[in-house]
Design a protein around this ligand. Sequence first.
Ligand code: ADP
Ligand code: MG
Length: 328
Amino acid sequence: MKRYLLNFLFLFFFVSMQSQELVRKSFEKMGSLFEISVVADNLEQGNQAILKGIAEIERIEKLISSWDKDSETSKINLMAGIRYVVVSDELFNLIKRSVLISELTNGAFDISYASADKVWEFRGQSIRMPDSVSVAESVANIGYKKVILDENKKSVFLPRKGMKIGFGAIGKGYAADKVRELLEREGISAGLVNASGDMTAWGTQNNGDPWSIGIINPLDKTKVFSWFPLQHQAVVTSGDYERFVLIDSVRYGHIINPKTGYPSKGILSTTVFAPKAEIADALSTAIFVMGHEVGLHLINQLPNIEALVITDKGKVLTSNNIKLDEDK
Ligand code: ADP
Ligand code: MG
């Protein structure tokens, strides 16, 4: 009897697995390409869930966008040097966590890097080196320690005119985490959210296989040099090969060293594995600034976080617990 029941359960499980559908949709939000994949009971349920995911991204964009003049973030920036701005708990907490990551990375990741946005515009074009005076001015306005947070009133003050915060290095990761949370609440037992290379996955694909990601060699984009299974975790890749400027034929990426005001050099791409896309996103940016040695040293001290770095010389370096396919 027991055996029969077990067989029956197994059969039932098998049937329900088979009838599940993989529903996938790509779209543009936050100025980037997103893709949501869900394993759902049917097409209808999958599409409904994805629409909710898209609405969630739009909601987050209203909080963190630097382009939307009405976003909470723009209000903080507009009032720099003038007054405190009361914000939602959600944005307040995101800023608080951003400051914690600044402390963890010794200021390599810093949302107040954004005053440097005026000096550098990364659109892949060739420009002249900005004058050192404007760069120095932007550095004077950078510094997470300057950001004033009033916990009681949930308000934020940037004390210097010209100071600015921006979530370019954490926002997509945060959005990916939030969409995943929402979909899980909606009863979607497996899926993958990809925010232009910032990914988080849960459950398995509808054929039972784990989700997996291939790391592409930025020096030869036709080659995947290693595959990694993605089980209940996030992976984020930051690379400078899409957004950069050329100055006297030298490539400068879009990640700014907050201490110098100049773009970081030496790394082509970083990939970070972590339980949440938010921290993976922020750390992948920080490693660019810290350099591969200091960056990987930090990663090796953090539990459940791993990283892979490709230097501009084409060298592939990893944190202690990553085994590449080629090493196997
Ligand atoms: P990608 O867009 O390739 O995923 P990142 O996640 O590394 O890139 O984020 C890069 C973006 O983060 C930049 O375009 C800029 O908006 C912002 N940024 C640049 N330098 C820093 C920094 N030192 N700390 C925090 N944010 C930064
Ligand atoms: Mg990032």
